[in-house]
Design a protein around this ligand. Structure first.
Ligand SMILES: Cc1ncc(C[n+]2csc(CCOP(=O)(O)OP(=O)(O)O)c2C)c(N)n1
Ligand SMILES: [Mg+2]
Length: 587
């Protein structure tokens, strides 16, 4: 028998779950836990804002698949976690959210006299998959098991444990509260039946025009190789969902860009579609105008969560399964069928159309001449310096759209966007989490200047932790993405001008290497110097305001269609950006 504190017991349970990082701020209510972290192989990474703590956990998970814990003090620190937690819920990011609490007698229920009194269970309920309190010392391991079981049930996401100080300070006999490893209480994800895999393989093998669509779940499941093997065996086009950009490198010979005419044509002409790891949510424009008439088509969907199946498009075959295991099963069956090589005319036609549209869009951009810097020219230079092997976190409005189309193809788990919730401010902390998850790789954050402002203070966290990330702020001085609607409807902008900020000087004040670039020819040397700096760097690029605004019409129209929904059959929508109703647009 050994008498240990609740803090030590909690740390043991975290260690058993493989937690290596805890992002958050110290407070007396959590000290018995914090005092035990190091002894249990867990690194405490303090932050400048608790929401950023959750975004760091997001970057860590998206890069490495590792789960972190985050911590807030009773009241304000826990409340500050919330934007990050909501983002994690939308992004499908598993994270253990720990909120400290005062002695329970003054909180549940909470009289008006209570300092920092807040019913945090109630506050967090809609933002997490599951939440529960630890009200007894001996139940610490069990409550954490409850939390982790729910974290991995269906689509992963945040779970919440409310941890009152007296429980952590209390001591008890460790033999009365054994900690057991995950394999002793959790199963692995759902698996497809043989019959389902055989049916999927049969449908795909017999299709005239099969198309494979890859969503973020493919990255999360590590199913990238299996997915590409299916594509190669079928000789068919592969598209990604909007958020699934990193799941398939865009230089793959079967790749077709999903958000242009070629992607629309491929989806519409397909007789069998295989969608893996995607909810086919609104971002993917799951409307007949972009996907074709569902009649005469067979749609196979593979997803880890039953709540994602057939939500926006009717299915012929719904497979509830871990994407990697299911895709490997389909690949094995297709391999054994010895399929004849497919005529590649359709694929060549889609790719030629893709090329034509992209060239038409790119030509005016490439020919664009100063006085300032065009965001695409800057992204071209960033891509050339950091290349396809780096990890990119992309944040902002139009800046993010430019980066999406102009960055090089990336490796799996190596392009982190804010596409599921659209939470600005995730880029910098997510880059920090990514660097902690992959210390040997280069990590680059490309961010709009609006987005940068939310969490730029975390550059100091990077400096303190000596994390060599490079943040590049596109500083045209505007919340540009909000301008087209204002201009289209009112002929002027309001509330979008930010004023001029020298982000490089801010970074220097935070202990980082900071550089300022006004001419495109100075960007490459600045990036190389950032790359060589042993610590975090920030490059402030004075991009051109009108160039940043001039996103190609088709790209903008698609983005607005996300909000306005399927084009109504009948009279045309009121004039607005992309010809769609702008009234319903609000990111
Ligand atoms: C936290 C948050 N607040 C507001 C918005 C709405 N919004 C979406 S894009 C955008 C403008 C972003 O500006 P910036 O980061 O500078 O990128 P730019 O469009 O200028 O390239 C805003 C305000 C949001 N998505 N997230
Ligand atoms: Mg901006």
């Amino acid at each position: 028998m050994t008498e240990i504190t609740g803090g030590e017991l909690f740390a043991r349970a975290l260690q058993a779950e493989g937690i290596e990082l805890l992002f958050g701020l110290p407070s007396p209510e959590a000290d018995p836990l914090l005092a035990q972290l190091e002894a249990h192989g867990i690194r405490l990474v303090p932050v400048r804002h608790e929401a950023a703590a959750v975004h760091m956990a997001e970057g860590l998970y998206k890069t490495s698949g590792k789960v972190a814990a985050v911590l807030g003090n009773p009241g304000p620190g826990s409340a500050n976690l919330l934007p990050g937690v909501v983002t994690a819920l939308h992004e499908g990011v598993p994270v253990l959210v720990i909120t400290s609490q005062h002695r329970l007698g003054i909180v549940y229920p909470c009289p008006p006299s209570t300092f920092q009194g807040q019913d945090q269970l109630d506050l967090f309920r809609p933002a997490v998959k599951w939440g529960g309190p630890v009200f007894e010392w001996s139940r610490i391991p069990e409550v954490l098991r409850l939390a982790f079981r729910e974290m991995w049930n269906g689509r992963p996401g945040p779970v919440h444990v409310e941890l009152p100080a007296p429980i952590l300070y209390a001591t008890g006999d460790d033999e009365t509260a054994p900690v057991i490893p995950p394999v002793a209480y959790r199963g692995t994800g759902p698996q497809a039946s043989d019959a389902q895999l055989a049916e999927a393989a049969e449908l795909l093998a017999c299709a005239q025009r099969p198309v494979v669509i890859s969503g973020t779940g493919v990255d999360r499941a590590g199913a990238n190789d299996a997915l590409l093997e299916i594509v190669e065996l079928l000789g068919c086009p592969v598209l990604t969902t909007m958020a699934g950009r990193p799941t398939v490198p865009s230089d793959h010979p079967n790749y077709v860009f999903g958000f242009g005419l070629a992607g629309d044509e491929a989806r519409s002409e397909a007789d069998v579609l295989l969608v893996a790891g995607s909810r086919m949510g609104n971002l993917d424009l799951p409307y007949d105008g972009y996907w074709g008439d569902p009649a005469g088509k067979r749609l196979i969907q593979i997803d880890i969560d039953p709540r994602h199946l057939g939500v926006t498009r009717p299915l012929s075959l719904a497979i509830l399964a871990d994407a990697r295991i299911a895709l490997e099963g389909i690949a094995t069956r297709l391999r054994s069928m010895d399929l004849p090589p497919r005529n590649r005319d359709d694929l060549a036609r889609y790719r030629a159309l893709d090329e034509e549209v992209r060239t038409a869009q790119a030509t005016p951009i490439l020919q664009w001449q100063g006085p300032g810097i065009h965001p695409v020219h800057a992204i071209g230079t960033i891509g050339a310096v950091f290349g396809p092997e780096s990890i990119y976190t992309v944040d902002g409005g139009n800046t993010a759209l430019w980066a999406y189309s102009a960055l090089p193809p990336t490796r799996p788990r190596s392009y982190h966007s804010i596409l599921e919730l659209g939470m600005l401010g995730t880029g910098i902390p997510s880059a920090i989490g990514a660097k902690l998850g992959a210390p040997d790789r280069e990590v680059v954050c490309i961010t709009g200047d609006g987005a940068a402002g939310f969490n730029v203070m975390e550059m100091q966290s990077a400096a303190r932790e000596n994390l060599a990330i490079t943040t590049i702020v596109f500083a045209e001085g505007s919340w540009t993405m909000e301008e087209p609607n204002e201009l289209a409807l009112y002929g002027k902008t309001f509330g979008t001008a930010q004023g001029e900020v020298r982000w490089d000087l801010v970074a220097q004040g935070l202990g980082c290497h900071g550089q300022y670039v006004e001419r495109i020819e100075d960007l490459e040397p600045a990036l190389r110097s950032a790359q060589q700096h042993d610590g975090p760097s920030l490059v402030c690029v004075r991009t051109d305001r009108s160039a940043n605004l001039a996103v190609p019409e088709d790209m903008l129209a698609r983005f607005f269609a996300v909000y306005s929904g399927p084009a109504p059959a009948g009279p045309p929508a009121p004039a607005g950006p992309g010809g769609r109703s702008p009234a319903s647009t609000s990111e």
